[in-house]
Design a protein around this ligand. Structure first.
Ligand SMILES: C[S@@+](CC[C@H](N)C(=O)[O-])C[C@H]1O[C@@H](n2cnc3c(N)ncnc32)[C@H](O)[C@@H]1O
Length: 271
């Protein structure tokens, strides 16, 4: 075979088709995932998915490193979220009642929000901001963490920002007891925001310029030891750039989705 492959032109043609077969195998696996999603999911945007098993395990270590907490403590927080039946029932009930349920899935998949939850549990922030709320999955994850913190004597409040006046239908009692949504353009809401921010999560307009404008707007409102979580760091380097400018540390975790054609975003952390 090696002799044939070394024959000019003929060898090149055989190798071409052999390599095409390799690509076709990958493409078929990817197409199959897409086809399954087309029938099994209703989502049209802000896709939810579980993390691949390895990535789920690595996320525990990632959060432990950036928060300077033990792996055991962070792992326990993530399990706490996954086993929170009250939260699961709340999300399921409100999703099924909502007029836009036709584009929401029944299955709850937290993905990177496991990290958001664990960081709020680990750091006990007084003020958490999430720009970009959508249905409110991040909002209820973050307020669930704040409610647990409150039951342990640590008070904290969540502020979501969204330009869509209908955003955040999941943020209802009891989760809304520790959180609210500031409707309007995120940068405008952030300019008016008067408190120090302990955890800032960027997940609104995903253009690079807008992302940077959010960081510049909150720059002087960050508490000492504040954390910024960027949902855009897989597609722009703005949080990295901002971190360098501000002499902050930066790490990025890449999501890898389990059984989903969309391969996920990630979590940029600046602290
Ligand atoms: C990716 S979704 C947010 C997802 C949410 N963080 C979650 O955990 O599911 C982005 C949201 O940002 C909002 N958005 C887009 N541009 C915005 C802006 N300039 N100001 C505020 N919100 C904006 C959209 O309405 C949308 O609800």
């Amino acid at each position: 075979m090696k002799t044939i492959l070394n024959i000019p032109i003929l060898g090149t043609i055989i190798l071409f088709f052999y390599r095409l077969k390799i690509l076709a195998g990958f493409q078929w696996a990817y197409n199959w995932l897409m086809l399954k999603w087309l029938f099994a999911s209703r989502e049209t945007t802000n896709f939810t998915f579980d993390l691949d098993d390895y990535q789920r395990a690595y996320l525990v270590d990632f959060v432990a490193v950036v928060t300077h907490k033990s792996v055991e403590e962070i792992a326990a927080y993530m399990r706490e979220l996954e086993q929170d039946q009250a939260l699961a029932q709340h999300i399921e009930k409100l999703t099924q009642q909502h007029p836009e349920r036709y584009k929401a899935d029944r299955v709850i998949r937290f993905g990177k929000r496991l990290a958001w939850y664990a960081m709020v549990r680990a750091l006990k922030p007084k003020t958490v901001i999430e720009t970009g709320v959508d249905k409110g999955l991040g909002a209820v994850v973050l307020t669930a963490a704040l409610l647990k913190n409150k039951s342990e004597g640590h008070l904290g409040r969540y502020f979501g920002t969204d330009i869509n006046p209908k955003a955040g239908y999941l943020l209802q009692a009891p989760y809304s007891e520790v959180g609210e949504i500031l409707f309007g353009d995120s940068v405008n809401s952030l300019e008016k925001f008067g408190e120090k921010i302990d955890i800032f999560i960027n997940d609104s307009d995903h253009s690079a310029d807008y992302e940077m404008r959010e960081y510049q707007t909150v720059k002087d409102k960050l508490a000492a030891n504040a954390y910024i979580l960027g949902d855009n760091s897989d597609v722009t380097d703005k949080l990295h750039e901002f971190s360098r400018q501000q002499n902050r540390r930066f790490l990025f975790y890449k999501e890898v989705a389990k059984n989903h054609w969309y391969q996920g975003g990630g979590v940029g952390v600046s602290w």
